[in-house]
Structures are given as structure tokens and as C-alpha cells.
Write a protein that binds this ligand. Structure first.
Ligand code: ACO
Length: 311
């Protein structure tokens, strides 16, 4: 019995053999990976902006240097991810052009404003917590360069999450005003964070195929459930209330039941109509334009070196 190329490919996937850049792969596999990895890369870049907003206003020198380091880590994550997408034949210029024109997607979560210092706690604790849950399984994703990039990203991401939780803990152990600030942050970030995992499985066009190809290791709903189960005890530990009246421990499933996400809000943000979509894209475009001289200088330098080597 002769296996087709596609069947051989699926057999390798099923045996947990990593796919590498020069291996044969179905076009749709390549396309899906370019889509997911580039969206992920864009999310890291745009994800620098909500926190970048607080670097100049961090409450102490220590907090400021931690935040600065974290935002720089995110730039690094974006660069690994663009490199991983390039191994599939995607062009970085094209990916960036698609981000800047508004054609490409990036995570909905980064279109929400960061209004108080507690938001730095919430972004680290909740948003990076969600990111880790989603990304630790991606260390075992079937495409080698993506999986390897995720290992370091996840190490840095867990430091980010710890620092966010520590900000929340400090606020919750502080004055009543500080505790109220922490609660107000949780009230605004909880639901948008649940949206990060993507639409319900029944509404997710890509999940079934991506699970089959072992690009995704868990479905959107599975990860959302894990997130709620992990976070509720942490909120209780902090003395904060999760803003969901339907949240309830379910003994039979050994997990929490929780209320329905506002999917209309989610799609509205994904379509570009969230609170900060325009501002975020504008900031990215401006940063890119202001960096033009750096790219030109780097090219001129590379050209000079090449000429010197040839001489
Ligand atoms: N924000 C924006 N768009 C989203 C979101 C979201 N939170 N969730 C899903 N979508 C988009 C998908 O990109 C897809 O769009 P497309 O088909 O036009 O490309 C559409 O909604 C339907 O969703 P799914 O079929 O569920 O898509 P997918 O299988 O790709 O699952 C998920 C989405 C879970 C985000 C997946 O792509 C993934 O795991 N990505 C890697 C992790 C990542 O990108 N994290 C970014 C935030 S974390 C951080 O950067 C700190």
C-alpha cells in the first residue's frame, strides 16, 4: 500500500515527529502556520503599547526598570516569531505591511486602554497568564521553529506573570484605595482576557484542522476553562471578586461553570472597532516610519562590509 505525500505527512504528525522548514508540507498547513505565527508576532509588537504607556509613570525606579525590561522582552518575542514565519517563506516586509494597513489580525486584548497602575498588574497577571496557558502547549506544536521559539518565550512570559501578580498582591495588601484600584482593574480586564482564547469551539473555523495537524494542542474552550480554574483561586487569595455572577464551582466536572462571553464585543474589537484599535495601529505605523533611518543605516553598513570583504 502506497501512502500519498499527504498521508505520509499526517503519519509523521501523528507520530509526533516535528516538521522542519525544508520538509514537504501541505500548502494549507503552511498557510495556517503563517497566519497563526504572524498574528502571534503582531500581538507581541502591539502588546508593547498598552504597557509602554506606563513606563514614564511607574510608581518607582524599580517598577520602571522591571516594566521596561518586560516590554523589551515582548519586542524580542515578536522578532523570534517573525523569523519563524520567515522559515515558511513569508516575507517580513509583507507581514509588517499587512499589520500596518489593518489587514492582519492581532490579539483583541491589546485594543483595551490601560487606565491605572493596577492595569499593569492585571496585564501581567491575567493577560500574560492567559498567554502562558495558550503558549506552553505550543512548545509541543508540530512545526519545529515555532515550537523552539516558544520555549524561551514561555520562560520570559512566566516571569512577566509573576511580576503582574506581585503588583496585584502589593496593591491588595495596601490602602483601601489601592485595593479598590486592583478590583476595578480586574473588573475591566476579566472578560476581555477570556476573549483572548478565541471564539467558542463551535464557532472556530480553524480549530479542528489545527488540532489534527497538532499545531494546536488544546481547543479554545479547553484553554478558557483551564484559565478560569487557575485564576479563580488566585483572585480569592488576593481577596478580589471575579466580576461574573454565574461563576460557580461544579463538583462533577471538577471545574468552574462561568458566564457567557460577550461575543458581539469580541468580534467588534477583532473587526477594528475596539476602544484603542486606531490608536494602536497609528502608533505602530509611526514607530515604523520613525525607524526608517535605522533600517537604511543597517543596509548601508551591510553593503559597506560586503564591499570590504570582496576587495
Ligand atoms: N483576537 C483577535 N483575533 C482572534 C482572537 C483574538 N483573541 N481569537 C481568534 N481570533 C481570530 C483568529 O485569528 C481567526 O481569524 P482568521 O481565520 O481570519 O485568521 C478567527 O478569529 C477565528 O478563530 P479560530 O478559528 O479559533 O482561530 P485559531 O485556530 O487561529 O485560534 C488562537 C486562535 C487561539 C489565538 C490561535 O491562533 C493561537 O493559539 N495563536 C497563538 C497565540 C497568540 O497569538 N497569542 C497572542 C496573544 S498572547 C501575547 O501576545 C502576549
Amino acid at each position: 500500500l502506497e501512502l500519498t505525500q499527504e498521508e505520509q505527512f499526517q503519519a509523521r504528525i501523528d507520530a509526533d515527529v516535528r516538521i522542519e522548514p525544508k520538509d514537504w508540507m501541505p500548502d494549507a498547513y503552511r498557510k495556517t502556520l503563517i497566519r497563526q505565527i504572524s498574528q502571534h508576532a503582531h500581538s507581541e509588537l502591539v502588546g508593547m503599547l498598552p504597557e509602554g504607556n506606563w513606563i514614564t509613570r511607574a510608581p518607582s525606579l524599580k517598577r520602571k526598570s522591571i516594566l521596561l525590561a518586560k516590554v523589551q522582552d515582548e519586542a524580542g518575542h515578536g522578532l523570534y516569531l517573525y523569523s519563524a514565519a520567515e522559515t515558511l517563506g513569508a516575507s517580513r516586509d509583507q507581514m509588517l505591511a499587512d499589520l500596518h494597513s489593518g489587514k492582519a489580525k492581532y490579539s483583541s486584548i491589546f485594543n483595551y486602554p490601560t487606565l491605572s497602575w493596577a492595569d499593569m498588574g492585571c496585564v501581567g497577571w491575567l493577560v500574560d497568564g492567559a498567554a502562558i496557558l495558550n503558549q506552553v502547549p505550543l512548545c509541543r506544536t508540530s512545526y519545529g521553529p515555532y515550537a523552539r521559539a516558544m520555549v524561551r518565550v514561555c520562560k520570559e512570559e512566566s516571569f512577566h506573570q509573576r511580576q503582574g501578580f506581585e503588583i496585584m498582591q502589593t496593591l491588595c495588601e495596601g490602602s483601601p484605595e489601592q485595593k479598590a484600584m486592583a478590583q476595578e482593574g480586574l473588573n475591566r480586564w476579566w472578560w476581555p482576557t477570556l476573549m483572548m482564547f478565541g471564539p467558542k469551539d463551535s464557532e472556530s473555523p480553524n480549530t479542528a484542522q489545527s488540532m489534527n495537524w497538532r499545531i494546536k494542542r488544546f481547543t479554545n474552550d479547553e484553554l478558557r476553562q483551564k484559565f478560569v480554574d487557575m485564576m479563580v483561586p488566585q483572585a480569592e487569595f488576593l481577596g478580589l471578586t471575579v466580576p461574573d455572577p454565574n461563576l460557580k464551582w461544579n463538583e462533577a466536572k471538577q471545574g468552574y461553570d462561568f458566564g457567557d462571553v460577550d461575543w458581539e464585543e469580541f468580534w467588534n474589537v477583532v473587526k477594528g472597532n475596539g476602544l484603542c484599535n486606531q490608536e494602536r495601529l497609528q502608533a505602530r505605523v509611526q514607530a515604523h516610519e520613525e525607524g526608517a533611518w535605522v533600517r537604511e543605516a543597517a543596509l548601508a553598513h551591510a553593503e559597506k562590509r560586503k564591499q570590504r570583504e570582496e576587495a
